[in-house]
Design a protein around this ligand. Structure first.
Ligand code: NAD
Length: 294
């Protein structure tokens, strides 16, 4: 079992650090929040008083932070200079592809090996250890990262070189955002055309319109499996986080001159939904805006 530094014990990182401790790793955990540190202690981690202290003596250092600027700052100010030369750096935050590549290059310049390893799955999956990790880095870095990530997830997939994990994450979420909007508007049209929602679900889930946003995460209450729609769109994957990922996708697309009209429309609609004060609702709640109930 390894000594692991863990930085960022929020909604996601708290459960992930707890799962590493449960797997028998010696987890030295840091967050700016005292409450998060206290929860980590209860979960079997050793709370430390700085990111530098979490890095000190670690074989691997996991970061789960809000955005690229936080990752870049923690790497530059606390990890480089404190992490042992043999340490593996694993950034599981969702950040922009350009920053992911830049921090990996900066790490390499210091003789450290880094991977980007963003996740699919929300807070429940982080707590249960059933996340999916998409990993960007060399083959050697991936083989070192895989057993650590496996303690926090159900699937660990090597996406390619540094930055490829973040690319896979934002491409996946752009598809998810666009397919959710399409699912919502389709059910609203079906309803206006006189179709019963459950009947349409039964037909489309066996026909070529089948997609995850409908069969696993139906935005219509009472239809399909239990989803946030059945709890008034509370919990689940917040609209603000979907919007963050769509913005990252738009930024990445413009950096490589990719034409993404459906992704761009989804980003515009999620921006409107967030601007209407609904950023905290699950992203499937956008059906309310399309229904003109928001
Ligand atoms: P969060 O805001 O709950 O947690 C972030 C934590 O980082 C906070 O506890 C904060 O205090 C800490 N932090 C910020 N700056 C720090 C610093 N300099 N040093 C130490 N700690 C610092 O966010 P979250 O929901 O846990 O998300 C974390 C990342 O995971 C984000 O990049 C997010 O996009 C991604 N993500 C979230 C979800 C989700 O459902 N919440 C799903 C997939 C991916």
């Amino acid at each position: 079992m390894a000594r692991i530094g863990f930085i960022g014990l929020g909604n996601m990182g708290g459960g992930m650090a707890a799962n590493l401790a449960k797997a028998g790793h010696d987890v030295h955990a840091f967050d700016l929040s005292g409450e998060a540190l206290a929860r980590a202690k209860q979960a079997g981690c050793l709370p430390v008083d700085s990111a530098a202290a979490a890095a000190d003596g670690a074989e691997a250092i996991v970061t789960m932070l809000p955005a690229g600027k936080h990752v870049e700052q923690v790497y530059a100010e606390s990890l480089f200079g404190n992490a042992p030369g043999s340490a593996l750096l694993l950034d599981c935050s969702t950040i922009d592809v350009a920053t992911a590549k830049r921090v990996a290059e900066a790490a390499a310049a210091k003789g450290l090996v880094a991977v980007d390893a963003p996740v699919s799955g929300g807070i429940a999956a982080a707590n249960e250890g059933t996340l999916t990790f998409m990993v960007g880095g060399s083959n050697e870095a991936y083989s070192r990262a895989e057993p650590i990530l496996a303690a926090m997830g159900k699937a660990v997939i090597h996406a390619g070189a540094n930055g490829a994990g973040q690319a896979a994450k934002i491409c996946n979420n752009m598809l998810l955002g666009a397919s959710m909007v399409a699912t919502c508007e389709t059910f609203l049209l079906a309803q206006k055309l006189g179709l019963d929602a459950q009947t349409f679900f039964d037909i489309a889930s066996k026909a070529s319109g089948q997609c995850w946003s409908m069969t696993s995460y139906c935005p219509v209450p009472g239809v399909g499996p239990v989803t946030p729609a059945d709890r008034d769109y509370q919990g689940g994957f917040a609209t603000a986080l979907m919007l963050k990922d769509l913005r990252l996708a738009m930024e990445a697309a413009s950096g490589v001159s990719a034409d993404v009209p459906m992704g761009a429309k989804a980003a515009e609609l999620y921006q409107q939904f967030a601007d209407a004060g609904q950023g905290g609702l699950d992203f499937s709640g956008i059906i309310r805006m399309l229904e003109r109930k928001v």
